[in-house]
Design a protein around this ligand. Structure first.
Ligand SMILES: [Zn+2]
Length: 145
C-alpha cells in the first residue's frame, strides 16, 4: 500500500497534521476548516433574527412532534394491552400476551399508568404471572436475544 499525503485545499495542512481529511476528487478539506466553516455559519445564523425565529419555530415543531409521537405510542400500547387482555379471556394465553407486550417493549409500569385495572384486573394479573413475576414485560424479550 502506498502512503498518500493529502493537503487541505483551504489551509494547506497535510492529512498527517489534522484529525480527519475529507476528499472529493482533487479537493480536500480538513476537520479544522470544517469546524471553522460551521462556526462562521452559526455566527451568521445567530446574527440574523429571521433565522433565529426560524430555528425557534423548528425546535418548537420538533418538540410538538415528539409530544404527539409519545401520545400516539401510548395510545397504541394501550390498545395492545386491551387486545392482550382479550387474548387471555378468549383463549387463556397469558404467556403469549406477555410475549406480545415484551416484543413491543411495554413495561408493567406503563401498563399500571394506563389505569386499566378497572377494565380487566384479572386478565392483567394473569399476564403478569405469565412470565417473570414482578419483572417488566421487556425482560422476556432481552432474555431471548
Ligand atoms: Zn484545512
Amino acid at each position: 500500500m502506498r502512503d498518500v499525503t493529502l493537503s487541505c485545499s483551504f489551509c494547506g495542512k497535510s492529512n498527517n497534521d489534522v484529525g480527519v481529511m475529507f476528499t472529493e476528487r482533487t479537493t480536500c478539506i480538513c476537520d479544522e476548516c470544517v469546524a471553522f466553516c460551521v462556526e462562521v455559519i452559526e455566527e451568521r445564523k445567530a446574527a440574523c433574527p429571521m433565522i433565529r425565529r426560524l430555528d425557534a419555530w423548528l425546535a418548537a415543531q420538533a418538540d410538538e412532534k415528539s409530544r404527539r409521537d409519545k401520545v400516539a405510542e401510548a395510545e397504541f400500547n394501550r390498545g395492545y394491552v386491551i387486545a392482550c387482555c382479550n387474548l387471555v379471556n378468549l383463549f387463556d394465553q397469558p404467556v403469549y400476551a406477555f410475549d406480545l407486550l415484551a416484543a413491543l417493549g411495554v413495561t408493567k409500569q406503563q401498563v399500571r399508568a394506563m389505569d386499566l385495572a378497572g377494565y380487566d384486573e384479572a386478565a392483567l394479573r394473569k399476564i403478569e404471572q405469565g412470565s417473570g413475576g414482578d419483572s417488566p414485560y421487556r425482560t422476556v424479550r432481552s432474555r431471548r436475544l
